[in-house]
Design a protein around this ligand. Structure first.
Ligand SMILES: [Mg+2]
Length: 124
C-alpha cells in the first residue's frame, strides 16, 4: 500500500480496498488459507478482539472519543474486521455495492420507518 495519507472515505471507492487486500494476500501466497470458512472465522476472531476492548467496561461515547489510545486500538480492530470481510468478498467474487443495496432494501421493508420511528428496536 502506498504511504498515502490522503486516502479518505470521501474519495475512496470499494475497488481500492478490494485491490489492496487482493494484492496483500497474493504477495504472501495466502490465497490457499483464505477459504470462506477460514475468513468467516477470522472475521469472528477480529470482532472478538474488538469486543474485548469494551468488555466489562461502560465507557461513554465521550470517554471513548477522548481516549486516543483506546480509539487507536478500536480503529485497528475495525480495520482487521474490514480487511477480512473484504478478503471474503474477494474470495466469493461478490460485488459489495450490489449486495449492500439488496440487503438495505430488505432491511427497509423489514424495519419500515413508519413502524420503527420512535426508538423501538424490535417488533411487537
Ligand atoms: Mg486484530
Amino acid at each position: 500500500m502506498n504511504e498515502n495519507h490522503e486516502v479518505k472515505d470521501l474519495r475512496t471507492n470499494i475497488s481500492f480496498f478490494k485491490k489492496e487486500v487482493k494484492k496483500f494476500v497474493e504477495d504472501r501466497n495466502w490465497n490457499q488459507y483464505h477459504t470462506p470458512k477460514n475468513l468467516v472465522q477470522a472475521i469472528n476472531c477480529e470482532a472478538g478482539e474488538l469486543s474485548q476492548l469494551l468488555l466489562f467496561k461502560d465507557y461513554t461515547m465521550e470517554e471513548i472519543l477522548n481516549n486516543k489510545e483506546l480509539l487507536s486500538y478500536i480503529s485497528d480492530e475495525i480495520a482487521d474486521v474490514f480487511i477480512y470481510l473484504i478478503s471474503l468478498i474477494n474470495a466469493l467474487d461478490l460485488d459489495l455495492s450490489q449486495i449492500f443495496i439488496k440487503k438495505m432494501e430488505k432491511n427497509k421493508k423489514k424495519y419500515s420507518s413508519k413502524e420503527f420511528n420512535n426508538g423501538i428496536y424490535y417488533k411487537k
